[in-house]
Design a protein around this ligand. Structure first.
Ligand code: SAH
Length: 367
């Protein structure tokens, strides 16, 4: 018999296998019943996964031995494989390159501080927003990540914290999650929102993080911002502005040709009004591109008096780009002008530049 031609090989599955973390509490109960087990098993499974961070059937001693394996197989499939881990800052910053069920690569970055641990997650593999200064934007979009693929990045980070013993004083629990990895979270809205719920629902339904410690960062998809504002959540919104004028922003953040600076900021202020949360305006400082004093003044006039602060990010270098971070003096002058307008301004303490793990550097290259 001759080998089957390739066209008969199993088709590529379009979606990752279903996972407990894809489902809300009511959906979990329904799925467990459909599977043939009593509804209360969904709470047991949730306790093991979200509470104990475990997907190992051996430890599920409250579930009859005969059903443990089958349940875990059906609801806790392994979705992510770590292909590469790189650290810097003496193990305080660690980037993981993940491979999904279909070979798709994406990344997350764990950052440890004395008083908190921040996990930077990807919401998509690649990104369709095409910002020219961002390495992810240069790749285009591969696909949306599923809710569970997003949650698993956090669970994996939380598990790692229980194993590692870094030197010095560091926090031991994931306290903050930022959707600042690969992808545009509001372009993958339903899955990102469900992931936010899984992260912030109290145990055993979810991981029990504070909503205020979750940040969703966007290029400025106005309908998505309004939708998020209406969810009744207390999550932090970050808007990647990068230019206060449409002429420049059209080139730095191409989606600006669809929603202009004024529309994006109006949506940000609506978000602040509805939620009472201070919005973060992100601005990567690029030498001689967007760091002129007049742009600082224009930005200051746009933001002053609003429930907002500006977070400046010295540009991180990306392959093939001639752009560079603004010199320290220009950065200081920019900060000074914004503060003179009364705008609270911070400069991001960027982590992970040496491991291509900093903002805008995530390209999921296997190396
Ligand atoms: N798509 C979302 C989420 C990505 S967050 C967004 O754009 O907000 C990543 C943050 O890092 C964004 O503020 C992005 O504009 C910024 N960034 C991208 N490339 C960068 C670079 N090379 N240096 C510094 N910041 C960068």
């Amino acid at each position: 018999m001759t080998a089957l031609p390739l066209v008969f090989a199993a088709p590529r599955r379009a979606r990752p296998p279903r996972h407990l973390a894809d489902l809300g509490p009511a959906e979990r109960r329904a799925a467990v019943v459909e599977f043939g087990e009593p509804a209360y098993r969904s709470r047991q499974l949730s306790h093991h996964y979200f509470g104990r961070l475990s997907a190992d059937p051996a430890g599920m001693t409250d579930v009859p031995a005969a059903v443990r394996e089958r349940l875990a197989g059906a609801f806790l499939p392994e979705l992510l494989t770590a292909v590469r881990e790189v650290s810097c800052d003496g193990e305080l910053t660690r980037k993981t390159v993940w491979r999904g069920f279909d070979g798709t690569l994406f990344e997350s970055v764990l950052m440890r501080y004395p008083d908190r641990v921040t996990l930077c997650v990807s919401s998509q593999a690649g990104c369709g927003m095409a910002c020219p200064f961002c390495a992810t934007g240069q790749q285009g979009l591969t696909r949306n990540l599923s809710t569970a693929e997003i949650v698993e990045q956090v669970v994996a980070g939380a598990r790692a914290l229980t194993r590692d013993e870094p030197a010095g004083e560091v926090a031991r629990r994931v306290s903050h999650v930022v959707f600042m990895g690969m992808g545009e979270p509001l372009a993958n809205y339903p899955r990102v929102l469900a992931a936010v719920r899984r992260l912030t629902d109290p145990a055993p339904d979810g991981l029990g993080l504070s909503q205020r410690h979750v940040t969703v960062s966007t290029v400025g998809l106005v309908p998505g911002i309004d939708r998020l504002a209406a969810e009744g959540l207390q999550v932090t919104l970050a808007v990647s502005l990068h230019a206060p004028d449409d002429e420049l922003r059209d080139t730095l953040v191409p989606v600006n040709t669809r929603w202009k600076v004024a529309e994006v900021l109006a949506a940000a202020w609506r978000y602040a009004d509805v939620t009472g949360r201070r919005v973060s305006i992100e601005y990567a400082l690029i030498r001689d591109v967007n760091d002129q004093p007049w742009r600082a003044d224009l930005l200051g006039r746009l933001v002053r008096g609003r429930l907002a602060h500006v977070n400046l990010i010295p540009l991180n270098p990306t392959p093939g780009s001639d752009w560079d971070a603004s010199p320290k003096a220009a950065q200081r002058a920019f900060v000074g002008r914004l503060r003179a307008h009364g705008v609270p301004t911070t400069v991001r303490d960027t982590r992970g530049r040496e491991i291509d793990g900093a903002c805008g550097q995530l390209a999921a290259l296997e190396g």
